[in-house]
Design a protein around this ligand. Structure first.
Ligand code: SF4
Length: 394
């Protein structure tokens, strides 16, 4: 391994399922948690051995709802991660949480386990919209949870918000934004709701039970978020992410900058040594297959072998063409854009040569621009990001 690693640890449990969510997470299988945590610890240990204890710059507990686990499980996973990898000094260690799980005792336990950044799914500060989203907290509880995390010592907090919700007005969004900005979290992730096919919310909208979100209004909400966050001193460093200076999410930057990452747990994805691979999604199958793979030697602990043994549902060696497309797609999400020098150093060819047609056409319609040797989205391009990205991937 030539690079430091970003380590993602998946926790596929939630107290209840939110009707808009299509993540790989489950409610009602809490009896699996102890065996699951043991399997996850085993996977961490095996990867640490196979990769000869690589340097890890960031750890991210995502889900699902990692804060739903008993803190002793987080402690155990952190101890295993520390014993299996070289956690670099100052490594960013994030835990995703639901507001209802944030209590002084839990926060203290997370901090003593080594968590130094907490990310909380607030989504909205409007109680009616929170109810529509099936969230288990009220606006007041979300604010209280934030204050608790701060009072108990977290100095790096992200809040997740959603806009473009069914029936949401611009005034409601403005109210949520101004109250959240007053709290001064170090980081804000703000995503437009996507109606994922097959989710209850998607079905409710299709059947007319819930109003279809208005795309033009969602675009106005995005512009309002940009304006208000900028006035409050936040830097819009990625299409859907804002940070106070120096507080960008280092773990996510590793994805956007096409660095290597290892994901453990069901459904987790990795990009490592030229391979992309994804773990089987079912937590029960995952537990069984970790046990079946545990006797493999270090040398056999390779994507292709793990796929044959059923632990991975896919494992593909990535070719240069695909890597170039991904480099463009991920890098263009960032305000810094894609540096031509870095692209050339990685692939031996410039962006303008490799993608001359795409860049010319997208620049002509005002979605892309060159600035200081970097290719970037324009303001209009940020609104139509997906249309730009799909031009770079096969
Ligand atoms: S809490 Fe998060 S991960 Fe769990 S169901 Fe809701 S949105 Fe999905």
């Amino acid at each position: 391994m030539s690079d430091t690693l970003a380590l993602y640890i998946h926790i596929p449990f939630c107290e209840t399922r939110c009707p808009y969510c299509d993540f790989n997470t489950y409610a009602g299988i809490e009896d699996l948690i102890p065996q699951y945590v043991d399997a996850l610890a085993e996977e961490l240990r095996l990867w640490g051995e196979a990769l000869a204890q690589p340097d890890v710059a960031t750890v991210f507990f995502g889900g699902g709802t990692p804060s739903y686990l008993h803190p002793k499980h987080i402690q155990h996973l952190m101890e295993t991660a520390r014993a299996s990898f070289l956690l670099m000094p100052g490594a960013e260690v994030t835990l995703e949480s639901n507001p209802g799980d944030i209590t002084p005792d839990r926060v203290q336990s997370w901090r003593s386990a080594g968590i130094n950044r907490v990310s909380t799914g607030v989504q909205s500060l409007d109680d009616a919209l929170l109810q529509l989203l099936g969230r288990r907290h009220t606006a007041a509880e979300a604010v209280q949870a934030y204050r608790c995390a701060r009072a108990e010592g977290f100095d790096n907090i992200n809040l997740d918000l959603m806009f473009g919700l069914p029936g949401q007005t611009l005034a409601q969004w403005q109210d949520t934004l101004s109250r959240v900005l007053e709290l001064r979290p170090e980081h804000l992730s703000m995503y437009c709701l996507t109606l994922e096919e097959g989710t209850p919310l998607w079905a409710w909208v299709r059947s007319g039970k819930v109003q279809e979100p208005d795309g033009d209004l969602a675009a106005d909400m995005y512009l309002l978020a940009q304006e208000m966050a900028a006035s409050a001193g936040y830097q819009h460093y990625e299409i859907s992410n804002w940070a106070l200076p120096g507080r960008e999410a280092r773990h996510n930057l590793a994805y956007w900058r096409s660095r290597q990452y290892l994901g453990v747990g069901p459904g987790a994805h990795s990009y490592l040594d030229g391979w992309r691979f994804a773990v089987v999604k079912s937590p029960r199958a995952y537990i069984r297959r970790i046990a079946a793979c545990a006797n493999l030697s270090c040398g056999e602990w390779m994507p292709e072998t793990l796929r044959k043994r059923g632990l991975l549902e896919s494992a593909d060696a990535v070719n240069a063409q695909t890597l170039m497309g991904e480099h463009m797609m991920m890098g263009l999400r960032l305000a810094e854009g894609v540096s031509d020098a870095a692209f050339r150093a990685r692939f031996g060819v410039g962006q303008a040569e490799q993608y001359s047609l795409q860049i010319r056409e997208l620049s002509e319609i005002g979605l892309l621009q060159w600035e200081d040797g970097c290719l970037k989205l324009t303001s209009q391009g940020k609104l139509l990001g997906n249309e730009v990205f799909q031009r770079f991937v096969a």
